[in-house]
Design a protein around this ligand. Sequence first.
Ligand SMILES: Cc1ncc(COP(=O)(O)O)c(C=O)c1O
Length: 405
Amino acid sequence: MTYDLNINARALAIKPSATLAVSARANALRAAGKQVLNFSAGEPDFRPPVSVTRHVVERLEEERVAYAPVPGLPALRDAAARELSEYHGRSIGRDEILISCGAKHSLANLFMVTLSPGDEVVIPTPYWVSYPAMVELGSGTPVFVEAAAERGFKLDPERLAGALSDRTRFVVLNSPSNPTGVGYTAAEVRALGEVICAKAPQAWIVCDDIYRKLVFDGYEHVSAFRALEGLTDRVVIVDGVSKSYAMTGYRIGILAAPAPVVKAAAAVQGQTTSGAATPSQWAALEAMTNSAAQEDVVTMRGAFAERRQLMLDGLREVPGVTTVRPDGAFYVFPNFGAYVKGRFADDVALATWLLEEKLVASVPGSAFGAPGHLRLSFATSEDEISEGLRRIKAAIESLASGGAV
Ligand SMILES: Cc1ncc(COP(=O)(O)O)c(C=O)c1O
């Protein structure tokens, strides 16, 4: 078919999400009857809390589903303001909270209303796939700084200093991180904050706290507001219910930012999506305020902790592969660099081979700006993890012994 409706440069510059592409191929293989083990999932495999589902079903039977106010239902904004005020140890008001259609939308709105051409956003690498695209859509420029595996995938203050300039508008901190699962300590956050204060006093820190409730082994997520005492006027928080309550499909995200930013972002939201779906907001409110739902978070966290251990134990058996221990989220990000060099053109070729030939779906590290790695999600059953790691080990051993690719 020919048509003369041009796709503009802004859209053409956006790469489709690599994580979604792998999931789609894994699903296609599954639909064709193949026994694919899927380590590519970016969402919990649990169901949302039962109390949430019940609550939404009851309200749907009783109430009309009308448009929600653009910035969010007042009760949900208040609940978010209450929870975040308590968590971050500072008073956050309703007018500093915007409810959007997922944390992704919260971030996109933020960059859309705060960035101008020439503004830079510092993004530590490996990064969550969507940050660069969202910054570019907001007409800003991503500036990547490597958070090397040797430093536990954590940003080194000196390296950060090298990336800051008078054009820096934001530094993105995602802890625990997608794709590495590592989380910063308070001292590490403070050290980064000091460099930002010294080198780019105009810059803000945007904390993507979406995984903050999914932490293991006594690691405690660090509130940037609490850690960065001298910088609290320049912190923006992105939070939500997608990961912690296994509610990805509800699409609710929370932005906590100064009232003028929330007002501007709400204006954009009002002309694009309108308010987030009303039943989803009922669900998020229930999740955040019902004590049974908090118990479900604890149960899910326990299951993820066990799977993480299974994953780490299994990866230890794979020759030549090194892994940084994740503190939270549900990902590990092992380095397969020894096999990428020579045998495969790159990590995409390795991931494709593992999927097509060994029926193990992973996400190539280059999607996160870290070639040579694979992201393996443990949001899947223990049986799948054991069998998947057995397949990976056998596949890698066949490479190590010079077997056919
Ligand atoms: C680091 C990070 N931030 C934000 C999001 C977006 O979350 P949501 O599903 O609420 O849009 C994700 C989802 O994969 C993520 O991994």
